[in-house]
Design a protein around this ligand. Structure first.
Ligand code: GDP
Ligand code: MG
Length: 395
């Protein structure tokens, strides 16, 4: 199978989103079936996908199925979630951050509540590209399909996606799976994958944006100074470049005296690289976990953010009681821990385990966060009350 020796192709993460029963799982199975005929996938049956095994991430139980297949161009890792709750948890925990999503809409129903909710969440957490598949075309006439297409284009615009350029493919996943109506079935699947291949650009490391570097730790090198260790989030840094260290409302001016990759001194580093940076004039104790090094004047610090959160149930390691406004606990990212105060919207009142909400969070000090940053809120080492993703930096 070419899927087994195609390691030179790039990998793209995608998944199916959309309202329950609109055909996400049928479509996932149909894609593997049609591509298996070209020896680019192993066929994975509907039943296999829908009996997705339980995965535990950060204490949360998520049912989701990873299916792998290839086109002539790429390898795809595709996620299909059996239930709405699983979908929400998967998106918020970032178990599989999607480069693009296939939005499935049944022509028979049109836009439904979960269609909107999934699209809104996809946008909030940074899924950049959507390809739409209007399904169940075998049950709808052209007029219905046209109406649904108009409805979707409007919805895409509402949630900040390109309402005109987003491709829409129409077909029947069931027909493809059952080898019926070649035009609505097989051909629509081939067209869908061809569209995904061409419309979804290759994910790139962001080396153009200003340099940003969350500091994992600062190590004292005797006789030299402080070496900041971490992975470059975005941008480039050259030896000698000025930097600012930001966080907790502080801004410390410094410069990169030396850059190390493993044990070698290098002249520059860029996004994705794990490096050590010798920072001029920095004394032991000046760097706190949660600070970042950045190109001067390229970041903002704010103590107010909007986030999409999921509240863990008790049997997922969460708390017994609901969360109410004014709940104060440490918020943790990979490199930061800071006390925060949750502002639950008044119309929600409180949040119970298993619930999901978009809320505002007040931080104890101004920090640099990026949209899409993941975090947890932890009461003790064993109790994680929430998991979330930053959706906006508020003024
Ligand atoms: P999901 O909840 O979005 O994963 O939806 P499923 O894939 O489980 O499909 C829900 C139901 O719709 C199942 O009974 C499918 O057989 C049926 N279905 C899926 N695609 C089509 C289609 O193209 N045409 C018709 N007539 N039924 C379909
Ligand atoms: Mg399903």
């Amino acid at each position: 199978l070419s899927v087994l020796n195609s390691s030179t192709k790039e990998n793209i993460n995608i998944g199916t989103i959309g309202h329950i029963d609109h055909g996400k799982t049928t479509l996932t199975a149909a894609i593997t079936k049609i591509l298996s005929e070209k020896k680019l996938a192993n066929f994975v049956s509907y039943d296999k996908i829908d009996s997705a095994p339980e995965e535990k991430r950060r204490g949360i139980t998520i049912n989701l199925m990873h299916v792998g297949y290839s086109t002539d161009k790429r390898n795809y890792a595709h996620v299909d979630c059996p239930g709405h709750a699983d979908f929400i948890k998967n998106m918020i925990t970032g178990t599989s951050q999607m480069d693009a999503a296939i939005l499935v809409i049944a022509a028979t129903d049109g836009v439904m509540p979960q269609t909107k909710e999934h699209l809104a969440l996809a946008k909030a957490i940074g899924v950049k590209h959507i390809v739409v598949y209007i399904n169940k075309a075998d049950l709808a006439d052209n007029e219905m399909v046209d109406l649904v297409e108009m409805e979707i284009r409007e919805l895409l615009g509402t949630y900040g996606y390109d309402s005109e350029q987003t491709p829409i493919i129409c077909g029947s996943a069931l027909a493809a799976l059952e080898d019926k109506n070649e035009k609505l079935g097989k051909e629509s699947i081939l067209k869908l994958m061809d569209t995904v291949d061409n419309y979804v650009p290759s994910p790139e490391r962001d080396i153009k944006s200003p340099f940003l570097f969350p500091i994992e730790k600062a190590v004292t090198v005797p006789g030299r100074g402080q070496v900041l260790v971490g992975t470059v989030t975005r941008g480039k840094l050259k030896k000698g470049d000025p930097m600012e260290i930001v966080g907790f409302g502080e801004t410390i001016k410094t410069a990169a005296t030396e850059i190390h990759v493993f044990k070698n001194s290098v002249s520059e580093c860029s996004a994705g690289e794990h490096v050590g940076i010798l920072a001029r004039g920095i004394k032991p104790g000046m760097i706190k976990r949660g600070m970042m090094a950045a190109q001067p004047n390229s970041t903002v610090q704010s103590n107010f953010i909007e986030a999409s959160i999921y509240v863990l149930k008790k049997d997922e390691g969460g708390r017994k009681k609901p969360i109410i406004s004014g709940y104060i606990q440490p918020l943790l990212t990979k490199t930061c821990s800071i006390d925060c105060n949750l502002k639950i919207p008044e119309d929600r009142g409180m949040l119970l385990g298993g619930e999901h909400a978009t809320i505002n969070i007040l931080l104890k000090s101004p920090m640099t966060f990026l949209e899409g940053d993941r975090f947890t809120i932890r009461e003790t080492l064993t109790l994680t009350s929430c998991t979330g993703v930053v959706t906006k930096i508020l003024p």
